[in-house]
Design a protein around this ligand. Structure first.
Ligand SMILES: *Cc1c(COP(=O)(O)O)cnc(C)c1O
Length: 736
């Protein structure tokens, strides 16, 4: 079988996305000498290039801050006189020219890792489907870890030259903004964003129509408009149903992430899977591999089956062909976390699709059958049956996934279930702070960015001078605490907060105090309130006058997750409890910008999921890249990542009461090891040598084993390259 190559044009403009200019949003007027700034702003690649970020900052640092690092808004609002002055400043122009040379270099596919290692596979796209993406805080189309991981996957593919093309949804009302009431109850409001403030280009349909494709759903046609987002070399096509040609009830179908009831979810997933395949076809892109990131996108497999059967291929052959070019990544270790729908609701949504597949309704439904949920349509089961390979996202999650899904292979023991793993990683250039990069420039050499994948490179961070590392870290900690004060000041001014809330927002935090960070979704298994298991014992730890401790919390509960909201409320109460002397803080509205501040500016990252419910976890990797060690339960990535030198493991013995035993272990570690290690220093401004060693080992381990680059190279070697070449050894299909 030959795999057709990418036929979509690869002109330089295709690397840029700009919203349509109109009367309300005119293009900014730039001096001719700086006209490239708009091109720079039109591709999210600027966000992980520190010279590009520095360029915008140099024009107007305050405005760059106020616009929350959004270059399109920035260029619209900046005073023209400032741009004129920059255009006349030789130092600025030198910086500008260097960045524009990089832009041009990036936009030629040239000499990338992928091109060097897989010259035969260039231009053979891999389609990547995900229901959410976290690229930048200016695009609120993600809810948490899954989305940020998908974003990091695309950015890394761009860096390495892996020919990925991505499909997602443009949620115009975003995820949600979080505000916590005086009683600690989370209130959710839409996070609607202005499309003109994001680098999105509409992709018109044939004859200039607004919609590019349409999808038959529940007996009617839903038209889909498509927006292109340029993420370095990777194009992301985002689906949107909000257009006049659609029935009023269909317009908001794709407007909100994980909102509405099961029917809305089903409809969204149907549009994502079926619509996504059709978008690629309409653009003339013929993927050689299809990768579904989590089960939300599984309908893509049904659409590809339909394409084949309606072209005359038999159902069984079509199943074999679809499997041969598909990969499915699962992220959820708990059965309830997997999407399931009513069979009748599915039949209603798809219409009599089985007729097009040439089988009975029961035969089609059997593709998504799970023996434990016989009367449901199981999106994960569908993806597993129609993918040649399935992977979990850490070694332990691989084990858990094999146990969870063994019943699909009747009579198999878990060890024999063909599910592998690729441990997650994070995009270094997105998550490592400038001052840490500058430290590496000075002490390892300015070309370090090109050497991070060399086997022994990361050993060199062990030689960083303690005091220089500490100074860089302290600077980041001050930035965090200053930002927290600024957030609190704004909330105080605009929301009429009470004094206790101002304290709870972190205004009494102190940059010289040992600071623990805990930020993630408030799902109950993440146990945000575990540390309060024995409040009196924690109070003694936190308020120790010689060695005080402060803890910063952030995170959203899913709008429908009442128990999660209750945990948040519990934590919030302690932030206002005078016994803790203002040393416990909760920050509203956790998103990527706040995540940066926290993983870069705290001293210790804490992660206490109930084992084995964390598939991987990634925020601890981000922290570690910045020299912030982790204290965590032995789950997800930490089971592989903890090596005794780079943090602490909270291990609970078999048979102990999980929560009580884990809390006891956390207290013991803090009292006997962690806090003393941090404060083991000659004076209050200096660094503890013991702590500095821990920081360096955290960086070394994360850099060696938990970057997006390692992750993507694993995906290419294990799945993408064999899949594109047709040389992969097929895993045995499940029964049924
Ligand atoms: C990294 C990240 C997450 C995921 O963190 P976990 O440790 O996997 O829970 C969630 N939200 C944001 C904004 C992130 O940046």
């Amino acid at each position: 079988m030959t795999v057709p190559i990418l036929t979509a044009p690869r002109s330089p403009e295709s690397y840029v996305s700009l919203p349509p200019a109109d009367a309300a949003h005119p293009r900014p007027h730039l001096p001719a000498r700086l006209s490239g700034l708009l091109e720079l702003a039109g591709n999210l690649g600027w966000s992980w290039n520190r010279e590009a970020r520095a360029l915008f900052r140099a024009i107007d640092e305050r405005l760059w801050h106020v616009t929350r690092h959004n270059p399109l808004v920035f260029l619209r609002d900046v005073e023209p006189a400032k741009l004129v002055a920059c255009a006349a400043d030789p130092h600025f122009i030198a910086q500008y020219d260097a960045v524009m040379r990089w832009v041009r270099h990036e936009r030629t596919d040239g000499d990338t890792w992928f091109a060097r290692h897989y010259p035969d596979l260039r231009g053979r796209p891999i389609a990547y489907f995900s229901a959410e993406y976290g690229f930048h805080n200016s695009l609120p189309i993600y809810s948490g870890g899954l989305g940020v991981l998908a974003g990091d996957h695309c950015k890394t593919a761009s860096d390495l030259g892996v020919p990925l093309v991505a499909i997602g949804i443009l949620y115009r009302s975003g995820y949600f903004d979080q505000r916590v009431t005086l009683e600690g109850w989370q209130e959710d409001s839409d996070n609607t964003f202005d499309l003109a403030s994001a680098p999105l280009t509409p992709v018109p349909g044939p004859d200039g129509a607004e919609h590019l494709v349409s999808v038959r759903m529940a007996g009617r046609d839903v038209r889909i408009r498509v927006w292109r987002l340029a993420v370095g070399r990777v194009s992301v096509f985002l689906l949107d149903s909000d257009l006049e040609a659609n029935a009023p009830e269909d317009r908001p179908l794709l407007s909100k992430l994980y909102a509405g009831g099961p029917t809305m979810r089903l409809h969204q997933e149907w549009l994502l899977g079926v619509g996504g395949v059709r978008v690629l076809r309409a653009l003339g892109i013929t993927p050689g591999m299809w990768h579904a990131n989590e089960g939300h996108a599984s309908f893509l497999f049904l659409e590809r089956l339909r394409e084949l059967t309606t072209a005359g291929v038999s159902f069984d052959d079509a199943v074999a062909q679809v499997r041969a070019s598909s990969l499915f990544t699962t992220h959820t270790p708990v059965p309830a976390g997997h999407d399931m729908f009513d069979l009748d609701a599915v039949a209603e949504t798809t219409g009599p699709l089985w007729l097009e597949l040439g089988v009975t309704r029961d035969r089609m439904m059997a593709l998504a059958h799970h023996p434990d949920n016989g009367d449901r349509f199981h999106m994960t089961a569908l993806a597993i049956r129609l993918s040649q390979h399935v992977n979990g996202v850490s070694e332990r999650h691989g084990v858990v996934t094999r146990e969870l899904w063994q019943h699909l292979w009747t009579g198999r023991r878990p060890e024999g279930v063909p599910v592998g793993h690729v441990t997650n990683g994070v995009h270094l250039a997105t998550w490592m702070a400038n001052p840490i990069m500058q430290l590496l420039d000075r002490h390892v050499g300015r070309d370090w960015g090109h050497r991070v994948d060399e086997p022994d490179f990361w050993d060199r961070v062990l030689d960083l001078p303690d005091d220089a590392l500490w100074l860089a870290h302290l600077g980041l900690k001050r930035v965090l605490i200053q930002a927290i004060r600024e957030f609190a000041r704004r909330a105080f001014t605009s929301q009429d907060l009470e004094a206790a809330q101002i304290v709870g927002a972190g205004t009494l935090l102190d940059p010289t105090t040992f600071t623990i960070g805990f930020a993630r979704r408030f799902a109950t298994y993440k146990r945000a309130s575990l540390i309060f298991h024995d409040p009196e014992r924690l109070r003694r730890i936190v308020t120790n006058p010689e060695r005080p401790v402060q803890i910063i919390f952030a995170g959203k509960a899913h709008p429908a997750d009442q128990p999660g909201k209750q945990v948040l409320q519990q934590v919030y109460r302690y932030t206002r409890d005078p016994r803790f002397e203002g040393r416990i803080a909760f920050l509203d509205d956790y998103e990527m910008h706040l995540a940066h501040l926290l993983v870069q500016g705290t001293d210790l990252w804490m992660n206490l999921p109930r084992v084995p419910m964390e598939a991987s976890g990634t925020s601890g990797m981000k922290a570690a890249l910045n020299g912030v060690p982790q204290m965590g339960t032995v789950d997800g990535w930490w089971e592989e990542g903890y090596d005794g030198t780079n943090g602490w493991a909270v291990a609970v013995r078999e048979g102990e009461d999980g929560d009580a035993a884990a809390a006891e272990r956390v207290y013991q570690l803090l009292e006997q090891e962690v806090v003393p290690a941090f404060y083991a220093r000659a004076d209050r401004s200096g660094v503890s040598p013991q702590w500095a060693r821990m920081m360096k080992h955290a960086m070394r381990q994360a850099g060696r084993r938990f970057t997006g680059s390692r992750m993507l190279r694993d995906y290419v070697a294990q799945f993408y390259a064999p899949g594109l070449r047709g040389t992969g050894r097929p895993d045995d299909p499940p029964i049924g």
